[in-house]
Design a protein around this ligand. Structure first.
Ligand code: F0G
Length: 398
């Protein structure tokens, strides 16, 4: 069953619907888990090991073996910050971001519904993922990208997998508005995270975090927030496993935004349940350069219901954290992902995070998504002839 998160109106699972017809709010799938967690044991460690908890037809699955991503204990960084730190590395998914979890489920639903065209607006990763899954499913794929604001790796992916890519003169929020209007006119099936099936895939990040901790929740899950789907999805996942009795505690959901694109943090600071959109959002973390997040209600509910928190970080703090994670732990992430690490640092300094807390930072996309930003953050390699005497002298003098 699909249900409106605001007024509770119910819809059939097979209705192609993105927002509530009665009140206009966002929708979610309502599932009850009636299996034992033991059935997940011994299955291949991808997202579909949880198939009983994902409400789509398993004979229609479109998959690239997503999920089952690394869960790295990061003692060097954790000790420096005084916390017990784990990093969930979502850049290890097939197209390099967590979007693949949402897309495998969304594309499976698209096959179930028998649609021929899918579409999304994107800051980059959603389009990279959608175009790959549409290719695998054999569907037409249309993507709208904010002109000049999509990292190179993501653009290459969307183009190379054969999507029809339109560069929109406007920001992500404007591109999404246009794409949604076309979906409502039934020209295509919308696979942005306003589609509740997307979040059914992404909730498995929450499932895996508690599974990887030996069926325990961390004290806190920290992640970047843009369109606000992922924080809502992860909260849904951990809550489902809590309601099923698989875990005894719930984590504090902690959403980090870039200072120049922070409507959710602004709302949290005022105790509001809806955001006031930020006009002209700006940040180096282009993945989260979003001013009017569609899942704001769900995200703020997740933060309030979990006794969580929201904070902003500057572009400089994001770039410093990106380098810190890469150089102390060997984990390469794109700037938006590093917002979670930058946020953790800031919250430790502010005393919001207590010493000794068990923290999971979700890093959402791979370093190679945005090679330009990575190269700009480094000193250029020294150019030198392949002459052993010169090379020895340079190395010895360092
Ligand atoms: N991190 C990365 C790497 C992302 O690509 C996104 C969103 C987020 C975090 C934020 O997640 O929107 O669920 O709050 N990227 C979308 C896209 C908007 O189009 O690829 P969110």
């Amino acid at each position: 069953m699909i249900r409106c998160v605001s007024c509770g109106e119910e819809y059939d699972d097979d209705e192609v619907i993105y927002t509530c017809e009665k009140c206009g709010s966002v929708l979610e799938l309502v599932n009850e888990i009636d299996v034992s967690k033991d059935i997940f044991d011994g299955r291949k460690d991808n997202l579909w090991k949880f198939k009983e908890c994902i409400p789509v037809d398993e004979t229609k699955i479109v998959s690239l073996d997503e999920g089952g991503t690394p869960f790295c204990k990061c003692d060097k960084l954790g000790d420096e910050l005084g916390v017990n730190l784990y990093v969930k590395v979502e850049g290890s998914n097939p197209t390099g971001s967590f979007k693949d979890r949402g897309m495998t489920v969304g594309m499976t639903k698209a096959m179930e519904l028998g649609v021929s065209t899918v579409g999304c607006a994107s800051t980059g990763n959603t389009s990279a993922s959608l175009s790959a899954y549409a290719a695998r499913a054999g569907l037409r794929c249309i993507v709208f990208l904010p002109s000049g604001k999509v990292a190179l790796g993501k653009l290459a992916q969307a183009m190379f997998h054969g999507a029809e890519v339109m560069s929109i003169n406007g920001n992500f929020d404007e591109a999404l508005e246009a794409m949604t209007a076309l979906a409502l006119e039934k020209h295509l099936y919308l696979l942005n995270s306003i589609n509740p099936y997307r979040l059914e895939g992404q909730k498995t990040i929450g499932y895996e975090i508690v599974r990887d901790l030996g069926w325990q929740a961390p004290d806190r899950i920290i992640l970047p927030v843009g369109n606000a789907g992922n924080i809502s999805a992860i909260w849904k996942g951990v809550k489902e496993f809590y309601d099923a009795g698989f875990i005894k505690d719930l984590p504090m959901m902690t959403g980090i935004q870039a200072e120049g694109a922070c409507p959710v943090t602004n709302a949290f600071r005022k105790g509001d349940k809806r955001v006031v959109p930020v006009e002209n959002p700006e940040t180096i973390a282009t993945a989260i350069r979003i001013g009017a997040p569609v899942s704001d209600i769900k995200a703020l509910n997740a933060i309030y219901d979990s006794n969580g928190y929201s904070e902003t970080v500057t572009d400089e703090e994001i770039l410093d954290a990106q380098k810190l994670l890469a150089r102390t732990e060997g984990i390469g992430v794109e700037p938006a992902s590093a917002a979670s690490i930058a946020g953790l640092k800031k919250l430790v300094d502010e005393g919001v995070v207590d010493k000794g807390e068990t923290i999971t930072c979700v890093v959402t996309g791979h370093l190679l998504k945005d090679p330009n930003t990575a190269i700009d953050a480094c000193t250029k390699p020294t150019e030198v002839d392949a002459d052993i005497d010169t090379l020895r002298e340079i190395l010895m003098n360092k």
